[in-house]
Each structure stands twice: as structure tokens, then as C-alpha cells.
Design a protein around this ligand. Sequence first.
Ligand SMILES: *[C@@H]1O[C@H](CO)[C@@H](O)[C@H](O)[C@H]1NC(C)=O
Ligand SMILES: *[C@@H]1O[C@H](CO)[C@@H](O)[C@H](O)[C@H]1NC(C)=O
Ligand SMILES: *[C@@H]1O[C@H](CO)[C@@H](O)[C@H](O)[C@H]1NC(C)=O
Ligand SMILES: *[C@@H]1O[C@H](CO)[C@@H](O)[C@H](O)[C@H]1NC(C)=O
Ligand SMILES: *[C@@H]1O[C@H](CO)[C@@H](O)[C@H](O)[C@H]1NC(C)=O
Ligand SMILES: *[C@@H]1O[C@H](CO)[C@@H](O)[C@H](O)[C@H]1NC(C)=O
Length: 445
Amino acid sequence: MAPLLRWLVILYLVGLSLQEDSKVEKSSGREFFIGFLKLSATQAQYITITSYNKPAVVNVTNKFDNTADEYTIASYESKTLIFATTMNIVASDLTSKIVHIVSDEDITVSSFYIFNSALASTLVLPSHLYDKDYVVAAYIPYYSIKLLIIAKYADTHLNISFPASIDYSGEYYSRSRNLSITLQSSQGFHLRAGRDISGAIIYSDKDVGVLTGNTCAYIPKGTDRCDSIQEFHLPITRLGKNYIISTFADRTAGDVYRVVGGHDNTTVSVKVTSQNYQLSRGDFVEFELNSGNSSYVTCDKPCLVTQFAKGSQADNTKSDPFMTFVPAIEQYSRDYNTFLPSALTNVRADRNYALITIQDKYKNGLMLNGVILQGITWRQILTNTVSETYVTASVPVTIGGIRITHNDSNALYGLIYYGWSQNLAGYGHLGGIRIVKVYPCKLLS
Ligand SMILES: *[C@@H]1O[C@H](CO)[C@@H](O)[C@H](O)[C@H]1NC(C)=O
Ligand SMILES: *[C@@H]1O[C@H](CO)[C@@H](O)[C@H](O)[C@H]1NC(C)=O
Ligand SMILES: *[C@@H]1O[C@H](CO)[C@@H](O)[C@H](O)[C@H]1NC(C)=O
Ligand SMILES: *[C@@H]1O[C@H](CO)[C@@H](O)[C@H](O)[C@H]1NC(C)=O
Ligand SMILES: *[C@@H]1O[C@H](CO)[C@@H](O)[C@H](O)[C@H]1NC(C)=O
Ligand SMILES: *[C@@H]1O[C@H](CO)[C@@H](O)[C@H](O)[C@H]1NC(C)=O
């Protein structure tokens, strides 16, 4: 071969091997499991299923009553499903109240708890993002915290290590005594805890999904009013290290954050407090950020960053608490696709937002439902860990389909959906994630 041609062939092969050795994981997917926590009251609960550029045939199996339904969702369309109050999981026990969703194309699934004066929502993670070990984030319960662990496979063995003494079935469990549970495929383990289980560690021998909630959390403790919160968890292997944080719109009393360590000997640097914290797996640090501000958190090992909205009394705003995970910079995605159910309109959720974090140089190419976003007031934030300037803004969105894209495919950005209701309630959740796992390149012979 001529030298130039030989080089072209080698470059082509190197390109191929690089493609083979990195894998993109997204929060859209083809298989999901979800269960419905009984939060402030027993309620019919909603999930929304959204397709991408291909029509999806979606099978939804209810493992409790053994019914199955098939839906065809046209491209970039959504389907809202309502689950009867009998599907609310109440007792601390094993449960079959699990819904299994399988699709022939990628879809996004979100879950909504919609009560007159209490709201909670979560992105439902696909089972390809499940893993074995988790650290749990929640908030101090006034009534109770809810934990739901869902097994994908038969004979899944769990050991759960609690940071405080928790009773289950007449016995007490803590850091010095694990709660051991065995689950079958599509079965859930549900626990109602009267104490804060933030920092609980879940060890499993097979992949599981984890959801936590709180019937009515006062955030911070002592601030009226309480509201339901929930969030579907990322496993420790899929947590990030670099986080831009930015407060919610319409509030003046600041937001609360918790950073949970995913590994022992983790150093967490919090710019707001100008301090470093040394965390073990399952330890957490809590701090606040003033409204109107942005900042950043870095961990030298993967950690979980959670943002909490305060009770309405904190600043006399028609709002209320919710919990959301903050996406790490390493998890920023190219596009986001969701559907906010119309039931949110019925409970007067009239201020709804997409909190976007993006590099300053890309901020002008963002599109909401295909239209370039204009007239957005961005807040600038310079981190010392990444040599880029980021900006953040809460972009108003309306109930229904929300598709956020960018005209430059190199642009990656983080997103949290949230909203406030005139009935004194708030909801919010992680918009989505995309993780590029890079494996070492194989040598070409
Ligand atoms: C949905 O269920 C039908 C009937 O059981 C089956 O033929 C089809 O393959 C299923 N589709 C998916 C995506 O699992
Ligand atoms: C709890 O389970 C984990 C994982 O198996 C184990 O490493 C740990 O030592 C256990 N803790 C106790 C107190 O047995
Ligand atoms: C749970 O703990 C038991 C007893 O220490 C141990 O034998 C088992 O391997 C542990 N399982 C997991 C998944 O950590
Ligand atoms: C890591 O953390 C553990 C528990 O906190 C501690 O005992 C150990 O000394 C630490 N190791 C290092 C290398 O700092
Ligand atoms: C950030 O917080 C400080 C302290 O509350 C406040 O004075 C400042 O106005 C905030 N920044 C913005 C941009 O609102
Ligand atoms: C994206 O849109 C922005 C705002 O209209 C424009 O300035 C920019 O040139 C566009 N970029 C691309 C790659 O089309």
C-alpha cells in the first residue's frame, strides 16, 4: 500500500476501535419498572411516556392485577396513564404493586404524584441504568420516608445499611446490623421509615431500581408548609463528580442542598461555604445557596447532589418543597423530551420551568419545541475545576409536551424540570442524563 493510503486505513481502524470502546448511556430506554409510593394521601397516580423520532409500541404490564396493555405512540408524542389508588404502596413489606414497561423504541418515562395541595414527580430510570450499589437521599420525615427497591431479576439478595435505627417487622436495623431481603423478578421491597434514612446504603447482588420519597417534608425542618417529595435514584457507578448548582426561580429564601458520599474517603469541596468535607460512603453534608445565585460542588470521588425547594413560609411564595437530583457536568445531555400531564393544570401549577445549565458559548442555540429560545436572562458561573464559563436560567415551559434541543450537536447541558402551584405545592425532577463510558482502547495488531 502507498504510505498515505496505509495511514488512512490505520486512522479509519483507530476511529472504529474508539467507537467500539466508548458506550453512551442515556436515561431514555426500552425497559422500565415503577411503583407508586403513598405520599400525603392515597391518590390515583400518573405516568407519562414520551417517544423520540420513531413511533414506539409500548407494553405496560401491571404485576399486581396481571393486566397488560399495548399502546402505540407516534413519534414525538406522549401517552399519559393513570393508575388506580389500589396501586399505592402503603405497608412495609414485599410488594407486587409494580408496573413493567417494555418498548420497541427508546422512550422517556416520568411519574407524577398529583394531589390538591401536594405534588411530587420523578424521571423513571430505565433498567439499563440500574446497578447493585446505591446511596440514598431523602429528607427528615415529619410523617415518614418511603423507600422502594425493585428487582429486575429473580433471587436478588439485598443488604441495607441504615444510618439510624429503623424498625422493620418488629426488628431494628442500623449501621451495625444490615436488613437482608430477597426479591424475585419485578417484585418490590417497600419500607416506611420514621427517621431520616439519607445515607442508607443498598448492597445488592443483582441490578435493582431504587425510589425514595417523603410523605410531607418540612424543608428546612420547622419551616411551614410540608409537601411530598420523591426521586428515582442513580446507582453509585453512575454518579458524577462536578456539579454546577443554581437556585430555583420565584423564591427569595434560598434552596437547600445535600451531598451524599458514594465512596469512603471522598473530599467534597463546596464553594458556597468555602469548605472541604471528608465523607465516607453514606455520609452527607447539607448547606444552602441564596436565591438568585449559582455555584459549584466538586467531589474527588463520585457523589450524589440533591437540591430541595423550601416550604412556602420561608418567603411567603405560592410554592412548596420538592427534591431533585442535580445533574453532574459529566451527565449533561444533548436533548430532553418529556410530557407534563394536564392534571397539573387542574391543581393550578401555573409556574413551570426547565432549569438549564449550559456553557456560555452555546447558550444561543437552545430550542424549546423547535423554536430558538430568546430573551432569556442567564446567570454566569465560573468554576475553578472546569476551564469553561457556564450559565444557568429557569426557562418557563407550559404543561404538555416539552422538547428541548440544540442546533449544535456538540452542545451538552443539564436540565431539571420543576414547578409551583397556587395551591401551595411544588414538584421537580432530574430532566435526564447521558453518560459516556470510555473503555481503554484495544491495541490494533
Ligand atoms: C408487546 O406484547 C405483545 C403481545 O404480548 C408482543 O407480541 C410484543 O412483542 C410486545 N412488544 C414488546 C416491545 O415487548
Ligand atoms: C452489610 O452488608 C455489606 C455488604 O454485604 C457488608 O459489607 C457489611 O459489612 C454489612 N454490615 C454488617 C454490619 O454486617
Ligand atoms: C449480605 O450479607 C451477608 C451476610 O454478611 C453476606 O453473606 C452476603 O454476601 C451479603 N450480600 C450482599 C449482596 O452484599
Ligand atoms: C478512609 O476512610 C476510612 C473510614 O473513614 C478510614 O478508616 C481510612 O483511614 C481512610 N483511608 C485513607 C487512605 O484516608
Ligand atoms: C446572591 O446572594 C447574595 C446574598 O444573599 C445576594 O446579595 C445577591 O444579590 C445574590 N445574587 C444575585 C445575582 O441575586
Ligand atoms: C444556532 O442558533 C443561534 C441563534 O439563532 C445562531 O446564532 C447560531 O449560529 C446557530 N448555530 C448553528 C450551528 O446553526
